[in-house]
Design a protein around this ligand. Structure first.
Ligand SMILES: CC(C)(COP(=O)(O)OP(=O)(O)OC[C@H]1O[C@@H](n2cnc3c(N)ncnc32)[C@H](O)[C@@H]1OP(=O)(O)O)[C@@H](O)C(=O)NCCC(=O)NCCS
Length: 163
């Protein structure tokens, strides 16, 4: 659906910096470490929230890639950090970094990083769904600029691998 150019938004306008999620017994696998689906599902919800804050539209997940770096343990708190890395015409990449904090040992570990490509949708007057143009993102800090460049490299790789 053709829409006028939307005003761009800063990364900081939609970012989520420290969403907490405790690791309880029912989040563990047979090895008594965190079941990977737990951070995956929560990260998907959080990525959707960041995408919708940025676009003010319904966004659906098209691709997800994840790399697990370390196990999580019962009693730790997962901290989710999520931000828009890059925008294209109707799609955007949200990066989600998940840390595990053990307050008694005063340690913080990087558990998993995930990259979501979401696509914005709108319904027309007949209830038909169309892909929708989104506001472009303004990357301000060095880290935001680095993530902006890296997102394009990931997109090119995804495109090659999904041919
Ligand atoms: C998301 C969906 C609406 C996209 O519809 P579509 O007609 O297939 O549209 P396309 O995939 O061709 O294009 C949509 C965007 O994805 C991008 N895209 C397509 N293939 C891509 C790839 N391999 N890598 C990166 N981006 C890609 C396109 O470039 C486009 O973005 P742009 O306009 O910003 O350039 C549709 O695939 C869908 O409904 N998927 C299911 C979504 C869902 O239910 N998610 C929840 C999971 S349970």
């Amino acid at each position: 659906m053709s829409r006028p150019e939307l005003p761009p938004k800063r990364v900081s306008e939609s970012a989520i910096n420290d969403f907490p999620h405790p690791i309880f017994p029912h989040h563990l696998n047979y090895l008594s470490t965190l079941f990977g689906g737990v951070p995956l599902a929560k990260a998907d919800e959080i990525a959707g929230e960041v995408a919708q804050r940025h676009t003010d539209q319904i966004c659906v997940t098209k691709y997800v890639t994840a790399e697990f770096f370390a196990p999580g343990y019962q009693g730790e708190i997962l901290i989710f950090k999520a931000a828009v890395n890059r925008t294209w015409r109707t799609s955007l990449e949200i990066g989600v970094k998940v840390l595990a904090i053990d307050r008694s040992k005063k340690t913080t570990r990087h558990i998993v990083s995930l990259y979501f490509i979401l696509v914005a949708e709108t319904k027309d007057g007949n209830g038909k769904i169309h892909l929708s143009r989104i506001p472009q993102v303004i990357s301000e800090t060095d880290e935001e600029k680095r993530r902006y460049e890296e997102a394009e490299v990931r997109r090119q790789m995804l495109r090659k691998s999904s041919l």
